[in-house]
Ligand binder design. Sequence first.
Ligand SMILES: *[C@@H]1O[C@H](CO)[C@@H](O)[C@H](O)[C@H]1NC(C)=O
Ligand SMILES: *[C@@H]1O[C@H](CO)[C@@H](O)[C@H](O)[C@H]1NC(C)=O
Ligand SMILES: *[C@@H]1O[C@H](CO)[C@@H](O)[C@H](O)[C@H]1NC(C)=O
Length: 206
Amino acid sequence: MSSSTTSKMLTLIISAFAIVQITLAGDPDILTDFIAPNGTQVDGNFFTYTGFRALTVPNIQPSFFVALKASKKEFPALDGQSVSYAALMYPPGTINPPHTHPRSAELLFLVKGSLNVGFVDTTNKLFTQTLQPGDMFVFPKGLVHFQFNSNTTKSALAFSAFGSANAGTISIASTLFNSTIDDNVLALAFKTDVATVQTLKKGFSS
Ligand SMILES: *[C@@H]1O[C@H](CO)[C@@H](O)[C@H](O)[C@H]1NC(C)=O
Ligand SMILES: *[C@@H]1O[C@H](CO)[C@@H](O)[C@H](O)[C@H]1NC(C)=O
Ligand SMILES: *[C@@H]1O[C@H](CO)[C@@H](O)[C@H](O)[C@H]1NC(C)=O
């Protein structure tokens, strides 16, 4: 075999593998219709989640950003189904701080108010948008993203769908400054001094 044929075959094998990877880009398939924890009585209630009824209370007005989740932890019937949901409430002037979901893309649908949203790709390019009610925005899997309700009088409400029963959330600021990573490591990483790192850490220790 000539070396160019070999390299063509290699390319083919690698692309075939990439396609398989794409088609498997969700939670692993299960071999049963659904998964119920041992001892659970399985009826309609098992497949029903009522945690979002909190949203139907008239005039609910939290004073800080609130994310209500319906993932595998809150709603065990999602185990193995590769889907989950979140309701996101943004009082005026609040943010959902920069974070990532390691196991899923996020498809956000804005119901009320307006939202500035954005994500940064792996080349550090920022993509932003201002959403109106009825708009959807997709945050690609694993990328750092945020939402900001910059309106100082009107709250915003959005729903997000995920392609994993347990998308996971890594909140950048709290991962770095509300963990026990050594101050010297953070000072070097942020090209600053230990005193500045300690000031940043203080904001999380209440
Ligand atoms: C559930 O029950 C089965 C059969 O009794 C047992 O083999 C299995 O280990 C249990 N699974 C868990 C997670 O407890
Ligand atoms: C905030 O929302 C109110 C009500 O929708 C709107 O009238 C106002 O223009 C908004 N303010 C800004 C700064 O966008
Ligand atoms: C910091 O971490 C502690 C312990 O994990 C947690 O209880 C607290 O809510 C966190 N603080 C903030 C501001 O995230």
